[in-house]
Ligand binder design. Structure first.
Ligand SMILES: [Zn+2]
Length: 137
């Protein structure tokens, strides 16, 4: 099960690449900017998160993905790094999973020339991605 912190990190990373959150199956599209202010998530990001939590993440999903935020916070899902681009992506804990990453519809991605999206909070996802980046060298 993905923790709220992991889900927030997941959204924050993709928002930094311009992916929108589809709220209530398209009633609204949310893309808070900036995502990060200083060492913390921005007030805009927090407002967006509150809006998602106001409906328990039901029917809210990242553009290009099919897992809702509610799914991600359920016991069947976890968040791990994409094998292709190292961004946080949903993975199913049990059963089969589609091989599509949220990144598959982004052109010119992965792009090592751009500054990588970051997270203001230190957490295991980020540590893992730093670790695997170091391992790759
Ligand atoms: Zn990817």
């Amino acid at each position: 099960m993905a923790s709220a912190t992991q889900v927030r990190t997941y959204l924050a990373h993709w928002f930094q690449l311009g992916k929108k959150l589809i709220w209530l199956n398209g009633e609204a599209e949310l893309l808070p900017q900036p995502v990060i202010r200083g060492e913390k998530f921005s007030p805009q990001f927090e407002d967006c998160w509150q809006k998602i939590m106001s409906v328990d993440g039901k029917n809210c999903y990242l553009e290009g993905s099919s897992e809702t935020i509610k799914d991600l916070l359920s016991s069947n899902w976890d968040i791990n790094n994409c094998a292709r681009c190292n961004m946080p992506v949903p993975i199913v804990e049990m059963g089969t999973q589609s091989l599509d990453c949220v990144c598959s519809d982004l052109q010119n991605w992965p792009n090592t020339e751009l500054p990588a999206p970051r997270s203001p909070v230190s957490n295991s996802i980020q540590l893992n991605s730093i670790r695997s980046r170091l391992d790759a060298k």
